[in-house]
Design a protein around this ligand. Structure first.
Ligand code: AMP
Length: 227
């Protein structure tokens, strides 16, 4: 099964992605994570993406599309399902995603949208602190879910840090991009009857339950993944 988890920055996509991947045996593919890794490693892609990401702007479609296509061909080729997080972010990317999956002999089964009031997003994003250890999923919030020891990951003891683009000014731009480019692409999935809308302003467990139920109902592929 392949799904998209869709929502504004701070709507909880990353937190919910882990549970969805475990429940439906999908591999988490986050374009934001892949781009941040490219920046850290100083690759050509990273150099081109760095300033745009720091400004909260989208990286050009052809750059992100290249890494997404490679991932899809690789993972679907191994028989794995994928949870796309942060991709697609506009209508062209949604169409490109379909084309890549078709090329690989697969398709999107469900698109889960996390709906959240923008006022809540600001606190969620600006208070967010993430673990610096590669591969660790430790994610905290100084307002809503502080780590036991300030600045230290509860899961592995590594230092926590704030993402460079998690500040109020960049968030304004990221939200503007989301509203003007990403949200309109949902119409594409609505026409295909793939949308599941969930209120993300609820307890993590309640949001998770709503997502799991919605995806199970939508997929119904009879291959066992959504039983
Ligand atoms: P995220 O971690 O999903 O919030 O992404 C962080 C930043 O990476 C975004 O603000 C964009 O600059 C860039 N980015 C991530 N995914 C995409 C995408 N699908 N298309 C273009 N830029 C992206």
């Amino acid at each position: 099964m392949n799904c998209v988890i869709f929502g504004a920055p701070g709507s909880g996509k990353g937190t919910q992605a882990a549970a969805l991947c475990e429940a439906f045996q999908m591999v988490h593919v986050s374009t934001g994570d892949m781009l941040r890794e490219a920046v850290r490693n100083g690759t050509e892609l990273g150099k081109k993406a760095q300033a745009l990401m720091a400004d909260g702007k989208l990286v050009p479609d052809e750059l992100v599309g290249g890494i997404v296509r490679e991932k899809i061909l690789n993972l679907v080729g191994q028989g794995k399902g994928i949870l796309f997080d942060g991709y697609p972010r506009n209508l062209d990317q949604a169409k490109f995603l379909d084309a890549c999956l078709t090329e690989a002999g697969s398709q999107i089964d469900a698109v889960a949208v996390l709906d959240l009031d923008p006022a809540v997003l600001v606190k969620r994003i600006c208070g967010r602190r993430l673990c610096t250890k590669p591969g660790c999923t430790g994610a905290f919030n100084i307002h809503f879910m502080p780590s036991k020891q300030e600045g230290v990951c509860d899961l592995c003891g590594s230092p926590l840090q704030q993402r460079k683009d998690d500040n109020e000014e960049t968030l304004k731009e990221r939200l503007a991009v989301y509203n003007s480019q990403s949200l309109p692409s949902l119409e594409y999935y609505d026409q295909k009857d793939l949308l599941i809308r969930v209120n993300a302003d609820d307890k993590v467990e309640s949001v998770r339950a709503a997502l799991l139920g919605g995806i199970r109902a939508k997929c119904g592929c009879n291959k066992g993944c959504c039983a």
